[in-house]
Design a protein around this ligand. Structure first.
Ligand code: 13P
Length: 260
């Protein structure tokens, strides 16, 4: 079961949830609950307003900080936007890019996501790039076509050695927030397809280093089956990352499975 090249990663995407004080309380609880975990990388992604105080509260812990979005310029006249540099200084190591909610509600497309991916990498942030098909696309047998297009678009023009620095999250849109997770078989099938595409683009040795996450109704009860899949290296968790106890249970489930 151990994957020598790829440390499992569990990231919590809080979406538009938690005020500064709520984030603080969560982080204090979580850091205690996962204090002994050393073989799983743990990331929490609060809203922008809570990033800095969360980073202060996470100091000295085994939990990293991520943001949920950013713009691709370092600074300038872009009212309402946040730059990679700002995230980095606020304590972020990760940034989620191209989440399906950004694509659906804010019109984000692959070209923009690609610019953001490159800006994140230039700044030393690790992008967690989200891709995934909608229900109608799956039912029409277009899953692989959609995945291929989103992956190629968001990684366009990237040097091979930068590939190993990105994380890809496969999040079928129909599984997000619905309680209807993909089966482990479905998630593994697409993850394996993604790794194959990465190998074609960057070469097999780089592709082997890239961590692939599954996202969509991940809960403590279903985490084990996902992490047992050979091409799934962790999860991007929405709803179940909002309760520290549930999120800690997901992390500990992964720890247990990979320690066997
Ligand atoms: P849920 O875990 O709530 O389905 O959300 C998944 C997600 O969108 C994580 O980015």
């Amino acid at each position: 079961m151990p994957r020598p090249l790829r440390q499992p990663l569990i990231a919590g995407n809080w979406k538009m949830n938690k005020t500064v004080s709520q984030a603080q309380a969560f982080v204090n609880h979580l850091r205690e609950a996962v204090a002994g975990v050393n073989n799983v990388e743990i990331v929490v992604c609060p809203p922008f307003t809570a990033l800095f105080s969360a980073s202060q509260a996470l100091k000295g812990s085994n939990i990293f900080l991520g943001a949920q979005n950013m713009y691709y310029y370092e600074k300038g006249a872009f009212t309402g936007e946040i730059s990679p540099l700002m995230l980095q200084e606020a304590g972020c190591r990760y940034v989620i890019l191209g989440h399906s909610e950004r694509r659906a509600y804010f019109g984000e497309e692959d070209t923009l996501i690609n610019l953001k991916v490159k800006a994140a990498l230039r700044t030393g942030l690790t992008p967690i790039i989200c891709i995934g098909e909608q229900l109608a696309e799956r039912e029409a047998g277009k899953t692989k076509e959609v995945i291929q297009k989103q992956l190629a678009g968001s990684l366009a023009g990237l040097d091979s050695e930068l590939y190993s620095k990105v994380v890809i999250a496969y999040e079928p849109v129909w599984a997000i927030g619905t309680g209807q997770n993909a089966t482990a078989f479905e998630a593994q099938e697409v993850s394996n397809f993604i790794r194959g595409l990465l190998a074609n683009n960057a070469g097999p040795s780089w592709a082997e280093k890239i961590r692939l996450l599954y996202g969509g109704s991940v809960k403590p009860a279903n985490m084990a089956v996902f992490i047992k899949q050979p091409d799934i290296d962790g999860a991007l968790v929405g709803g179940a990352s909002l309760e520290a106890a549930d999120f800690a249970l997901i992390i500990k489930t992964v720890q247990e499975v990979i320690s066997k």
